[in-house]
Design a binder for this molecule. Sequence first.
Ligand SMILES: NC(=O)c1ccc[n+]([C@@H]2O[C@H](COP(=O)([O-])OP(=O)(O)OC[C@H]3O[C@@H](n4cnc5c(N)ncnc54)[C@H](O)[C@@H]3O)[C@@H](O)[C@H]2O)c1
Length: 261
Amino acid sequence: MKIEGQAALVTGGASGLGEATARELARLGAKVAVLDLNTTLAEKVAAEIGAEFGDGRAVACSCDITNTDSVNAALDKAAAAHGPARILMNVAGIGSAKRIVAKDGNPAPLEDFVRVVNVNLVGAYNISRLYAAQCAKLDPLEGGERGVMLFTASVAAFDGQVGQQAYSASKSGLVGMTLPMARDLAQHGIRVCTIAPGLFATPLLKELPEAIQQSLAASIPFPPRLGKPSEFAELACHIVANGHLNGEVIRLDGALRMAPR
Ligand SMILES: NC(=O)c1ccc[n+]([C@@H]2O[C@H](COP(=O)([O-])OP(=O)(O)OC[C@H]3O[C@@H](n4cnc5c(N)ncnc54)[C@H](O)[C@@H]3O)[C@@H](O)[C@H]2O)c1
């Protein structure tokens, strides 16, 4: 799909990988809706995109992907600003680290597992189903294509570390959902792909002490550095542009395989 002129939605667009994706989409000529729980940051990113690429090129939409009313309100606001979207980048997510049996012998709190799976997996599914139903009603573009959807998993979907049960379960849920969703939506001309990032230099990792960042970077075979959010954004936009990519999960990790801890 040609990105120029399309309306695009980016969840988690206020920070990190989502922010980079929103900026790259705008650079390639898309009209971007920045959907995020953090409204203040979303407004800041949208204003910066507007200042760089022209007024009206980005709109901030306050959105909790786990809440259907909130998602519908965000989809309505984005559509009112830019028209119906053909691109949905699901980037919003949260992390967590909890051993199933804590050092004091107590079981991990169930609420933590439920919270992470609810945001990362159920929330991504929630907005995707609402978006897909709208997208399926649009006129097809050349070749019958109507839309493209991306999910953001993690290498933790495959090699989760100690304490990552909830995070890994949520991310491997996205991996497992990719093919059946692509098969479901094939009849509507909507493609679905997932990126599984390794270690990227986003606010989360940049807050770690420099020595830890360096040791994480050194664990990556090549290049031995953290991924740049712009590299994630480039792949996300390539997936939109490449009409034959569908139902696939792509690791973007410099050949990193995470150690147990
Ligand atoms: N940074 C990495 O190294 C890395 C590696 C693998 C996977 N990932 C995944 O990439 C995605 C982005 O990570 P990041 O490092 O850019 O994180 P980040 O914390 O910088 O950005 C995540 C954004 O998601 C938003 N968000 C959280 N819950 C939300 C909700 N319920 N509704 C709407 N928005 C919500 C946050 O407000 C935030 O702006 C996440 O899904 C993360 O799991 C990141």
